[in-house]
Write a new protein. Structure first.
Length: 225
């Protein structure tokens, strides 16, 4: 599961976007956040090459209300699940983060960890988007979910899932709305190299979404995975 992320600096990501995607419409000015939780705005590069905020938690276009908002979609069942198969075919996105949090079960407790890249300052997470029309406001809500896969060796001691992290060379393919074939897209949905990421324990300060400062990512100990 990947339910909390942070993005406080998108400069390096956007520099790579300009090199890789080239033509991008920017519809947001980043509001730095160290603790993005479900239902909150999350920076997203959508398949129509627009960099914008979406709502974290996918609301299917066919939903009658907003009660069902999955934040994650399993890579193994994307092409079959009714909630995910249409966005997977034609409405994929990239969600940049400086890192993400995961909670490790230790007895009756859950210990939060900060997972971050070692070869840049961001991860480009694979996601899917959908647009739901809110009849109460007559406005459209664009929402998103993060795709997860099996863990790499670094993540295994912490959790049994991890987000799909895309390399820049695969961004064009992932965002190409004209490509619908799962056999072309599924090979991208693999665990990221464990040599390109690191983790350390943080305090339970991050447990509350109301806490949104750099204190969230301060290490609690020197123990690293």
């Amino acid at each position: 599961m990947c339910g909390r992320v942070a993005l406080h600096d998108d400069k390096q990501f956007l520099e790579e976007v300009i090199k890789t995607i080239r033509t991008v419409e920017r519809n947001l000015t980043l509001q730095p956040s160290y603790n993005i939780a479900p239902s909150q705005p999350i920076a997203t590069l959508t398949s129509n090459k627009v960099y914008q905020y979406t709502r974290f938690g996918l609301i299917p276009h066919w939903a009658k209300d907003t009660k069902f908002q999955p934040i994650n979609a399993r890579a193994e069942t994307l092409a079959q699940k009714p909630t995910f198969k249409t966005p997977f075919r034609s409405n994929r996105c990239i969600i940049p983060v400086n890192g993400f949090y995961e909670w490790k079960k230790e007895g009756d407790h859950k210990i939060p960890y900060w997972i971050y890249p070692t070869q840049s300052n961001y991860f480009a997470l694979a996601g899917i988007c959908d647009t739901w029309h809110d009849p109460s406001t007559d406005k459209d809500i664009i929402s998103s979910a993060i795709i997860t896969t099996t863990p790499n060796d670094m993540m295994k001691p912490i959790h049994d899932r991890m987000p799909v992290i895309l390399e820049p060379k695969d961004w064009h393919l992932w965002l190409d709305a004209d490509i619908h074939e799962s056999e072309v897209l599924t090979p991208l949905l693999k665990p990221f190299s464990d040599k390109a990421m690191q983790a350390y324990e943080v305090s339970k300060f991050v447990n509350s979404p109301a806490n949104n400062t750099a204190q969230c990512i301060e290490p609690r100990s020197n123990a690293l995975f």
